[in-house]
Design a protein around this ligand. Structure first.
Ligand SMILES: Nc1ncnc2c1ncn2[C@@H]1O[C@H](COP(=O)(O)OP(=O)(O)OP(=O)(O)O)[C@@H](O)[C@H]1O
Ligand SMILES: O=C(O)[C@H](O)COP(=O)(O)O
Length: 401
């Protein structure tokens, strides 16, 4: 993916009085009372909106929330209005729809520096179908397009991809730019040595990431549920740990590729095992080669943490995707938490630390270290696809720099 034009290229003359269609990712978790339980994505959207407001633009915000099938009140974006208004320091207006005459009227009423939030764009099935007529209707509301919805940039939908064909200029917002700078820029041209830590439940969902990173990293540390497939491939007993039988050959070939390319691939030398998959399971620490029948590995052990920490001490860039164990259960959270602490510590020493979305972000937030990292991605699926080396449709559609 070549460099894309950015909102920072647009100045007062390009923006003053202009209607700007801004796709943001306000797909935040809401509780049963429709209260936002994590506003990270709302806060991350603010710099671009403030820049546009500050240059006299009329800002039209568009997002999806959840995966509704048709108009579904619990997926309305209304609960976002108070937090957005608070963060932006103005009264954000809300439309009950995202296309049509009523919406066009509300757009015409936006003052310079004002903000109108459109209703959930996925209330129309045409959004996910990337229907050109629907994209044209969205585009007809505005003069130009800014895509700042990194978390949804891997979807070729009408508001993330289609609309860019009908609005010029079409540029990347500040959040989009920052995500690409880290997840593409820092990964393609890392300060070396460069280490990746990959965890999570299954090797099958991380094959693409591991294969792509093997071409770039000096050190690869593996944790999480996937390690048992690697152990088994080496002929070790794994008890009742999570194993993907159909991925044993793949695990062997990944280990061979690491060897052939000179990547230091480290598997945990010891693991924390449990007698059942439960927060109150009995647990003990054993060497990775000595998992008894009936027990399952749910975290990396203290020796592994020590070895991983020593390996990380040698690095200048680290990227982390996927937890080291079942961190949702306190008894099995130590591996994940110690990696989070180590990365926070390394950030303080000038190492570039990138947390690549999903559960590892939740884990870093749980231990209160989010603001210590160089970059925490706001995208789960999008960051995974980028790390696999795939281009993102929502980025490709934007104007070249
Ligand atoms: N040893 C293990 N056995 C079983 N499950 C595990 C183990 N280690 C980690 N997990 C589970 O893996 C899950 C995270 O896996 P996943 O592949 O979804 O991670 P992620 O890549 O961070 O998330 P995302 O796919 O959203 O980016 C967690 O819920 C965690 O409990
Ligand atoms: O939360 C996400 O990963 C994005 O908002 C995309 O949502 P989706 O997976 O429903 O397309």
């Amino acid at each position: 993916m070549g460099a894309k034009r950015s909102v920072s290229d647009l100045k007062e003359a390009d923006l003053k009085g202009k209607r700007v269609f801004v796709r943001v990712d306000l797909n935040v978790p809401l509780d049963d009372n429709l209260k936002i339980t994590d506003d990270t994505r709302v806060r991350a959207a603010v710099p671009t909106i403030k820049y546009l407001m500050g240059h006299g633009a009329k800002v039209i915000l568009s997002s999806h929330l959840g995966r509704p099938k048709g108009v579904t009140p619990k997926y309305s974006l209304k609960p976002l209005v108070p937090r957005l208004s608070e963060l932006l320091g103005i009264e954000v207006k809300m439309a009950n729809d995202c296309i049509g005459e009523e919406v066009a009227k509300l757009v015409a009423e936006i003052p310079e520096g004002g903000v109108l939030l459109l209703e959930n764009v996925r209330f129309y099935k045409e959004e996910e179908k990337n229907d050109p007529e629907f994209a044209k209707k969205l585009a007809s509301l505005a003069d130009l397009y800014v895509n700042d919805a990194f978390g949804t940039a891997h979807r070729a939908h009408a508001s993330t991809e289609g609309v860019a064909k009908y609005l010029k200029p079409s540029v990347a917002g500040f959040l989009m730019q920052k995500e690409l700078d880290y997840l593409v820029g820092a990964v393609a041209n890392p300060k070396k040595p460069f280490a990746a830590i990959v965890g999570g439940a299954k090797v099958s969902s991380k094959i693409g990431v591991i294969e792509s990173l093997l071409d770039k990293v000096d050190i690869l540390l593996l944790g999480g549920g996937m390690i048992f497939t690697f152990y088994k491939a080496q002929g070790q007993a794994v008890g009742s740990s999570l194993v993907e039988e159909d991925k044993l050959d793949l695990a062997t070939s990944l280990m061979e590729k690491a060897k052939a390319t000179g990547v230091s691939l480290l598997l945990p030398t010891d693991v924390v095992i449990a007698d059942k998959f439960s927060p109150d399971a009995n647990s003990k620490i054993v060497p990775a080669s000595a998992i008894p029948d009936g027990w399952m590995g749910l975290d990396i052990g203290p020796d592994a943490i020590k070895t991983f920490n020593e390996a990380l001490d040698t690095t200048k860039t680290v990227i982390w995707n996927g937890p080291m164990g079942v961190f949702e259960f306190d008894k099995f959270a130590a591996g994940t938490e110690s990696i989070a602490k180590k990365l926070a510590d390394l950030s303080g020493k000038g190492v570039t630390t990138i947390i690549g979305g999903g559960d590892s972000v939740a884990a870093v937030e749980k231990v209160g270290l989010a603001d210590k990292m160089s970059h925490i991605s706001t995208g789960g699926g999008a960051s995974l696809e980028l790390l696999e080396g795939k281009p993102l449709p929502g980025v490709l559609a934007l104007d070249d720099a």
